[in-house]
Design a protein around this ligand. Structure first.
Ligand code: AMP
Ligand code: MG
Length: 432
């Protein structure tokens, strides 16, 4: 899909886009729609290697040298020239010294000589093979090889891991623990990363009470701001919490504008379902271009995406998530997470792995929509990993998300399933 059509055009004339029906969007189509309007942040900063964990590289990392830098031994043993060793007979070699890791051995080996060498020790000139110490017999200052070694055995060659000039990590790479080590192994102390994405969020609803307050009749505690805080923190974005806002147009408007002017992305929860959506819908029409969708999914039917104008050429991305606590998490996970990764600088975030396992209970499911039921992946008594639904799947039952360690993803075409059926799961642990 190319970005030939603007959001405003789609809003004014939905038929301008083939196959676009805001009242029946598939999960996949909504994801594709959002993706075409996302451009990664452009600003970059140079930061200390350690602080780059979870950040996204804005430039390729090239290896400044060969890794390893010199040929060295992969074992504790004896280094020699394979040409000195007969292939079929036990060979006796004279041990003329020892090479420790971090030390070099300056004289070249002569025929019939070897050195004792430690793992990581630099190979002496003219040595090309290492015999493990367990494979030799020591007799005074000589060793006898008990098996014919293969030339080059147990040697780690210069450049074997990385060649000088080779691209080690590409721009757009999300930095993980291994990458910190990899870059450190090149001697690089600072890396260039995309600046942090700023995400502002607020809850909407007259019924919301703050934690610590005494609940009045008809009120519920504002839990969405806490799950959103948690999920956004895990993604490493800069968080701007704008609070819980009553369903009052003037307040909503000022909060929306304040959020959009400070942040790259604004996320709200509640107030986007049909019927009560009027305030947000009118406000968003006044200050930007936002598409309101009904997604063929459960939980999480209502979803809004678009842009809020904050200046002549400036706009913040907007995600209007449903109010129900499970729906907030599911829509964040299925739409917002990937979008944020793109905006953070990862042009093509790899899809979250999904795989099939047996479900130990029957599942109630309507065809025609994608369901993200909550499940617990567990090792059965025979060691096979299986999944069990968490129980009641209502979109307000947040305890289901706490119990779950995975989504059971049931496609539009799937209906009721018997116990023992294979289902697709998507792991949550470590991500939300
Ligand atoms: P809405 O989408 O605004 O109609 O909200 C749907 C449901 O989610 C209602 O039962 C709300 O009370 C509930 N809800 C909305 N926002 C929150 C929130 N921040 N925390 C907990 N529940 C909420
Ligand atoms: Mg509401």
């Amino acid at each position: 899909m190319t970005q030939a059509i603007t959001i405003s055009q789609i809003i004014l004339d939905p038929s301008c886009m083939d196959d676009y029906d805001p009242n029946a969007m598939s999960v996949l189509k909504a994801r594709q729609f959002i993706k075409q309007y996302l451009t990664p942040v452009q600003q970059t900063e140079s930061i200390a290697l350690r602080t780059s964990l979870g950040r996204i590289l804005s430039a390729d990392i090239l290896s400044p040298a060969n890794v390893p830098n010199y040929d060295n031994s992969a074992m504790d043993g004896y280094a020699f020239n394979a040409d000195d060793v007969a292939a079929d007979t036990a060979t006796k070699l004279k041990v003329i010294g020892t090479v420790y890791a971090g030390k070099s051995f300056d004289s070249a080996l002569k025929s019939g000589e070897c050195v004792r060498i430690m793992t990581g020790g630099m190979m002496p000139i003219s040595a090309n093979t290492v015999a493990m110490q367990e494979r030799v017999m020591v007799e005074g200052d000589h060793i006898i090889l008990t098996e014919a070694p293969k030339r080059g055995m147990n040697v780690r060659y210069a450049g074997e891991d990385l060649q000088q000039g080779q691209r080690v990590l590409a721009a757009g790479h999300l930095m993980r623990a291994a990458d910190l080590g990899l870059i450190a192994s090149l001697g690089i102390a600072e890396v260039l990363v995309c600046r942090k994405l700023k995400v502002a969020f607020f809850s909407t609803g007259d019924e919301l009470a703050g934690v610590g307050d005494v609940l009045k009749t008809g009120q519920v505690y504002d839990s969405n701001r806490y799950t959103l805080y948690g999920m956004l923190s895990r993604m490493g974005v800069e968080i701007i919490d704008m609070g819980a806002i009553a369903d009052a147009p003037a307040l909503l408007e000022s909060t929306l504008l304040a959020a959009a002017s400070q942040a790259d992305v604004v996320i709200t929860s509640g107030g986007v379902s049909v019927g009560e959506a009027d305030y947000m819908k009118l406000l968003l029409a006044k200050h930007g271009q936002v598409m309101f969708w009904k997604i063929a999914m459960k939980p999480g039917r209502p979803l809004a995406y678009g842009k809020i104008q904050t200046g002549d050429n400036k706009a913040a991305h907007y995600f209007g998530l449903p109010g129900n606590p499970v729906a907030v998490m599911v829509t964040f996970y299925q739409f917002v997470r990937e979008a944020l990764l793109v905006l953070m600088g990862q042009a093509n975030p790899p899809p979250l792995p999904m795989f099939k396992v047996e479900c130990t209970e029957k599942i109630k499911k309507m065809t025609g929509r994608t369901e993200f039921q909550r499940g617990v992946l567990f090792a059965d008594s025979d060691g096979t990993w299986k999944v069990k639904p968490t129980g009641s799947q209502g979109s307000a039952i947040l305890s289901s998300m706490s119990l779950a360690n995975c989504f059971i993803v049931l496609d539009e075409s799937v209906g009721n399933l018997d116990a023992g059926s294979l289902v697709t799961i998507q792991l949550l642990d470590g991500i939300v």
